[in-house]
Write a protein that binds this ligand. Sequence first.
Ligand code: DLL
Length: 443
Amino acid sequence: MPQSGFLIENRIFDPAETLSRPDLAALQLERLRDLVERVAHVHFYRDHFTLHDITRRSIRTLDDLRRLPFTTKDDLRRHQPLGFLAVPRKDLARIHGSSGTTGRPTFVAYTPDDLRIWSGLCARFLVAGGLKPEHTVQIAFGYGLFTGGFGLHYGVELVGAAIIPAASGNTRRQLDIIHDLQPEALICTPSYALTIADAARDAGLDPRALSLRYGHFGGEPWTEDMRREIEEELDILAFNNYGLSEVIGPGVSGECAARNGMHLQEDHFLVECIDPETLAPVAEGEPGELVITTLTRQAMPMIRYRTRDIARIYRAPCPCGRNTLRMSRVAGRSDDMLIIRGVNVFPSQIEEALLRVDGTTPHYLIEVSRPGTLDQVTVKVEIRRESFSDRMDRMQALRERIAREIHTVAGIRAEVELVEPRSIERFAGKAKRVMDKRGLTET
Ligand code: DLL
C-alpha cells in the first residue's frame, strides 16, 4: 500500500482542463484554423497546402484535419536545422533537441509564448498528481537539450513549489539530497526511481522511510508492474506523464488522482490514433499510432506528427471532472527506436558507429536487458577474419574503440562483444537487430 495515509485530492490547475466537449471542439476548430494560417509559409507545408487548396477558410470542421499532410521524423531531419520554423529566428527564446539517427539532434524551438504554455501544461498534470505550492520537488532529469529537465522545472516553478534541480545521475548524491532536504516529490524516469530505491538499500537506509510521498515519471516506457514496484519500494504514489520533444516535451498528457489513463491536453493538441500500415483511424479504444497536431505552438508547429508511439485512446468519463480523451500507457513503437536509460537510440546509430571502425562488419545484434533497475546494452559485433587476433590487448583495444564510437554517435554506454564472422543470424527479409529482454510493453 503506497504512502500510508497519503491521499491526492482532486485539484485542477487551469479551468480550461474542464471545458465541456462542445466548448473544447469550438476552441480546437478556431485554433486549427489559426494554425493552418500560421504554417502556410513553412516550406514543408506550403506546396501541399497550395496543391490541395488548404486555407484557413477551407477548414470547416475538425474532420478537415484529415486533409492535412502527415509530418514524420524523417521530414524533420531533412529540414534540419530549424527548417520548420514558422516565426523569424529572432523571436526564439529557447532551442531543445532530441537524439537523431545520425548522432545529431533534431532541434525544436520555442518562442516566449511557447515556453509559457509549456510550463502551464506541465503544471496541470503536476497539480493533478498532488503538487502543491508548499511542497519541495527533486528533479532528477537531465537539464540540457533533453526536454525533461527544463520542461518540468518551469512547470513546478509555475505552481510555486520549491525545486531541487538535482539533474540526472550520481545516485548516491541524489539520495543524500533527499535525506537532507526532505522533498515530498520526485521527478525522473520510472527506472531511475527504482535505482534510487536500490541505492538507498545499499546505503543501509529504508527507501520507504524517505520523505518522498509521490512521483511523476515519464520519458520512457513502463508497466503497471513497475508502478506497483516503485510504489511498494519507495512508499509513494507514482504518476505517469507522456510527451515528446518534437511536439513540445513533457506535457502532452498526464494522469490525475484516478491514475487510470493519461488526460490528453486537447485544448493544445489534436490527437489521432491510426493504423501505422493503412494510416486509417482505428476504432476508439483500439491500439494505434498516436498522431499529434500542435494547436498553439508558435515557433515550430507540427501538423499530424507521427509519434510512432502505440497506445489506446478512449473517452470514458473520469471522476476528476476533466472531459478530455485519455490515453493508455505506451504499449510499444511502430519503428525500431529504443529508449535506453531515457536516451532515444536507433539501431542505425549503432550501425553508423560500427562503420567508423576498421575491422568490423555491419552484422550486429543489440541486446537490451534490465538486470537490476537500469538498462544494460550489449552489442555483439562480427569482425572481419583478418581482424581476429590471439593478442588479448588488440581485441580489447578494438572493443574499446567500438564502445567509444557508440557512445559518440548514440550517447549510450554499451558492452561490446566481438564474435566470429557469420555467427550472427542472417535474415531473408528485415534483419532483426534488436533483442529487447526488458519486458516493458503491455497491452
Ligand atoms: O522523453 C519527453 C518527456 C520527458 C516526457 C520527461 C515525459 C517526461 P523525447 O526524448 O523526445 O521526449 O522522447 C519521446 O519517449 O515518443 C515515447 O516513445 C517515450 N515516452 C515519453 N514519455 C513516455 C511515457 C521525452 N510516459 C519518446 N511512457 C516518446 C512511455 C514514453 N513512453
